[in-house]
Structure formats: structure tokens, C-alpha cells
Design a protein around this ligand. Structure first.
Ligand SMILES: NC(=O)c1ccc[n+]([C@@H]2O[C@H](COP(=O)([O-])OP(=O)(O)OC[C@H]3O[C@@H](n4cnc5c(N)ncnc54)[C@H](O)[C@@H]3O)[C@@H](O)[C@H]2O)c1
Length: 327
């Protein structure tokens, strides 16, 4: 297939791009590099340095695209509470512009990066796709709006749409010479921050809140290895069906508290990780754990690296490779 990958210079989009190329697809990456990295771009993909609001210049009827995988977004839940307009403009208005371009060009299928943040504070655990959607932060709300647009587009115009609702994506993609991992700036995700502390590049790790109703008072999250997550996108492309919007949660179904994650980072790296308790962050749900039963049943998806130790080990390998690169 000829595929457009928005956000292909970012963490997850760059990994999926490699897998699509390995599977024999032709890939064009649309990424304005606002948070992505030129070095993460796949040499065998064509890169167009432009924003998703201008997707119509790339997705023309003549260009002959068979599908779009849409990763481009702003992703920091905390920031979305202090600069909400940036999130609505990029994640929701930008996605509408992309869907308009998809329709105008007659592109048949689209796979979208949705998020566990659409559920807010869940009323059932593990969370099925049918759970109440009540985001507690603007980031989750902008993604839920995009999900709703895709449902309408499938019904109204026959798009074959799939939303994958990722839980906490971590680890790194290590495949021969290809080493791709998480490099957000500023980094807001727990595992890469804990690794920076283990490596001595930060003094301490802040734990946002220790008075949540969980076993040790810190938030519980479900971590999924980026390579496992990426494989689900290829399955989703195959499963996409005209006129349907399919939605799948992707996580391992195991929750770990922030303190438990820090303990695994200490074990894997062999270094201390000093922590400091900070106030809760606005909009952080106490516990998010996925039921991925539907993805397993309908897509045939199976994680190959489901343990937190595997995930942290690969993230640490990426971190060390990056440090060597900088020397
Ligand atoms: N990382 C996670 O744990 C996680 C969890 C749930 C959902 N997601 C979703 O997965 C997707 C990818 O996340 P990531 O961690 O790879 O983020 P990332 O920041 O590493 O990658 C996002 C990429 O999109 C590009 N981009 C952003 N806005 C753009 C625009 N308007 N036009 C063109 N390019 C633009 C950036 O330059 C970057 O390369 C996002 O949609 C995010 O909401 C991520």
C-alpha cells in the first residue's frame, strides 16, 4: 500500500514507519518536526516537512494513497491544562483538516492514535472500549473529539477508520542497526525521566501525588512496549472496513504504581533513583489499566514483550545508545 504517516519523526510514528517499510509498503511521512527528530526519520521513506493542517497539498486525488496513519499531535496532558487552545487547534482542528483531505482525495482508510486519556477516571477496571468516556484533561478531550469525528466520517462517507487507544507507551524499538526510543522535550513520561535520574543527568524524580486511592498512593498505569504497539497498526490497517469505525484499547492489562516502576528502573540499571513527592498534577486519573481483549480477539494481536522489566530494559538500552551517540 502507499501510506501517509503523520508524525513519523516522533517516537511511535517512527517505529511504525520502519515496520510498514519492512512489510513492503511505500511510506510518505508528513511531519513539521515541531516535537519530532530528523534523525528518527526512516531513510527509505519520503519526508514532507509540513503540518497536518496542510495535508490537502499532499493527499491529492492523483497521489493515490491507500491509507493514512495519524500520529501527529501534542501529547502532554499537563500542558494541555494550561495551554488548551494549542491542543484543540493541533489535535482536533488539525485532525479535521486531515479528514477533509482524506475525503477529498478518496483515501479509503485511516488509523488514528487515540489514548486511554479519553476515559478519565474509569468506573470499571480493566477498562473496556465501552467504558464511560469522561476525560479529565484537555488532551484526552481533544482526542475524544477526533474519535467522534472518525465515527461520523465512517457513517457519513464510508471511511474505514480504526482508533487505537494506547495506554502508556514505553520501551524502545531495537532491530539490528535501528534503535528508536522516546525523546520528548520536555520529557513528561515516567520511565525516560527515571532513566535520566538513574544515569545521573537529573538529581531526582518527582512523583506527582502520593495520596491516590492505590496500594502505595501513587498513580497506576498500564505500560505497553512500543514494538508491540507498533505491530497492532499493521493489523489495524488490514482489519479496517469501509463504513466502520473500529476502536481498540492497547495495553498489557497489568497496572504498576509509579513507585513500582521506579523500583524496576533501579533493578534494571543498578543505580539509585532518588524520588521527591510533589503535588498532584491537574487532570491525572488515579488508575488506568486496559482490557485489550477486543484487540486480541478481533485483530489477533499478542504482545511479545509484556513485562515491565523487558520494557525498561529496552528503554535503558536506547538511553545508553543515545549517550554513546552524543560522545
Ligand atoms: N507516547 C504515549 O505514551 C502515547 C499514549 C497515548 C497516545 N499517544 C498518541 O500517540 C501519538 C504519537 O505520540 P508520540 O509519543 O510518538 O509523540 P511525539 O511527540 O514523539 O511525536 C509526535 C510527532 O508529531 C509531529 N507533529 C505534531 N504536530 C504536528 C502537526 N501539526 N503537523 C505535523 N507534524 C506534527 C511532531 O513533530 C512529532 O514528530 C500521538 O497522537 C499521541 O497522542 C501517545
Amino acid at each position: 500500500m502507499k501510506l501517509l504517516v503523520t508524525g513519523g519523526a516522533g517516537f511511535i510514528g517512527s517505529v511504525v514507519t520502519r515496520m510498514l517499510l519492512d512489510a513492503g509498503h511505500e511510506v510518505v511521512v508528513l511531519d513539521d518536526l515541531r516535537t519530532g527528530h530528523r534523525g528518527a526519520l526512516a531513510p527509505d521513506a519520503t519526508h514532507i516537512e509540513a503540518g497536518i493542517h496542510d495535508a490537502g497539498t499532499v493527499l491529492t486525488p492523483r497521489a493515490g494513497f491507500d491509507g493514512v496513519l495519524h500520529f501527529a499531535a501534542l501529547i502532554a496532558a499537563g500542558e494541555s491544562m494550561v495551554a488548551p487552545e494549542r491542543y484543540w487547534h493541533n489535535n482536533t482542528v488539525g485532525t479535521l483538516a486531515l479528514i477533509d483531505a482524506v475525503r477529498a482525495a478518496g483515501v479509503p482508510r485511516l488509523v488514528f492514535s487515540s489514548t486511554a486519556a479519553v476515559y478519565g477516571n474509569p468506573t470499571e477496571l480493566p477498562i473496556p472500549e465501552t467504558a464511560v468516556k469522561a476525560p479529565t484533561n484537555t488532551y484526552g478531550a481533544t482526542k475524544l473529539a477526533a474519535d467522534m469525528m472518525l465515527t461520523a466520517e465512517a457513517i457519513g462517507h464510508g471511511l474505514a477508520a480504526v482508533s487505537l487507544r494506547y495506554f502508556n507507551v514505553a520501551g524502545a524499538h531495537l532491530d539490528g542497526d535501528v534503535v528508536l526510543g522516546e525523546r520528548h522535550d520536555p520529557e513528561t513520561h515516567l520511565i525516560p525521566i527515571a532513566l535520566e535520574v538513574a544515569a545521573g543527568r537529573r538529581d531526582k524524580l518527582q512523583l506527582f501525588g502520593d495520596d491516590y486511592p492505590t496500594v502505595d498512593g501513587t498513580c497506576v498505569r498500564d505500560y505497553i512496549h512500543v514494538s508491540d504497539l507498533a505491530r497492532a497498526h499493521l493489523l489495524a490497517l488490514d482489519a479496517a472496513t469501509s463504513g466502520q469505525h473500529r476502536i481498540y484499547n492497547l495495553g498489557n492489562g497489568n497496572g504498576f504504581t509509579n513507585r513500582q516502576v521506579v523500583e524496576v528502573v533501579r533493578e534494571v540499571t543498578g543505580h539509585p533513583v532518588p524520588v521527591e513527592v510533589a503535588p498532584r498534577r491537574e487532570g491525572d486519573p488515579a488508575e488506568l489499566v486496559a482490557s485489550s481483549a477486543l484487540a486480541r480477539a478481533e485483530l489477533g494481536w499478542e504482545p511479545r514483550k509484556p513485562t515491565l522489566r523487558d520494557i525498561v530494559t529496552d528503554a535503558w538500552a536506547f538511553y545508553q545508545a543515545q549517550v554513546l551517540d552524543r560522545r
